[in-house]
Design a protein around this ligand. Sequence first.
Ligand code: CMC
Length: 377
Amino acid sequence: MPHDFMPGLAGVPAAKSAISDVDGDRGLLEYRGIRVEELCDRSSYLETTYLLLFGRLPSPQQLAKWNEDVIGHRRLKYMIVDLMKCLPDQGHPMDALQAAVAALGMFYPGRHVKSEDNNYWSAVRLVAKLPTIVAAWARLRHGDEVIVPRDDLGFSENFLYMLTESEPPPLWSAVFDDCLILHAEHTMNASTFTGMVTASTLADPYTVVASAIGALKGPLHGGANEEVVQMLRDIGTVERVRSYVDEKIRRKDKLMGFGHRVYKVKDPRAVVLQRLCERLFQESGPSPLYEIAMKLEQVAGESLNAKGIYPNVDFYSGIVYDKMGIDIDLFTPVFAISRVSGWLAHWLEQLRENKLFRPDQIYAGDHNRPYIPIDQR
Ligand code: CMC
């Protein structure tokens, strides 16, 4: 069989999908054909989740039921909370999230992936419970009590409430909801592909999501948002930006939050996130990180824009979360509580015409080597 080897499978289609589309040259992102900017302006995260999973915007009755089903499944079994209490409090929240999601699969019957009804309830549970797990871990690791979800609060409002036990300002909930919309889905990225490979074995959805969480964690993928805020804090002042960028470029280091495999212009999500930063700072006061970030975008652009390298989604998202007082190591788990809807949409799509992922390799090793007994090596 002839092989065109593409490292990182760059540009190799791995599936046909009707869930989302990216135009990397024009900087466009659509979910089920609808531009993300329009969803941010007019939709909510939960409605967008429905759109991604089921392929159409819900009717008012469908949305009410979806909302009710999600609200009804936000709570965690006490054994899941007990399990998290046994994890080391210095551990990374992504590891705690992955462990808890994998454990969910032992409590719920997710194995019968041929049952549409079963799959619906698995999707409801995963969308509903991930925020509760992340918030519970954020509390437990500081020795604080877990705050149970409140049924009268919306999805984003409830998550922010579960972190602090105080109701967030309405603008924060609205901005956070838009952040969730922007992170919900992004075609064939590393974590989605990981989830699809697991799904193709007909493993249960909790395992699919746990494996996708593992891939999202890395600094080249979802972990970049943490590193961006760390970088901005290290730079410290606007005056230090130029020397920092010059040094990075000289050493051929990558600037976190810049560059994308598909976008060759500024990521449309970064454009919306920048607007969200400005809305947030108007009401809640400025962020010194934002000033540094804007200068960094300008200075880095002088060398990198010509290579098609611009800010990506991770560049401005951490600044929003930082302003809301969310711990830096929770940024990637926040990404996961949103991206779970994209992972689940691909899982359901994969099951419809499943074929086990089993790629090929180009063997580059030896043949016919003799076995040397241990006492002669
Ligand atoms: N800073 C400086 N130079 C860069 C950067 C960057 N962030 N990204 C790419 N380049 C350069 C790279 O050095 C190389 O230059 P040359 O051709 O001269 O050797 C060229 O651009 C191609 O880089 P690549 O790493 O081969 O390209 P890729 O398509 O594999 O990279 C990427 C995509 C996202 C891994 C990369 O841009 C990167 O590492 N960015 C920093 C990490 C980051 O922000 N990740 C979040 C990605 S978006 C959200 C998500 O997927 O979760």
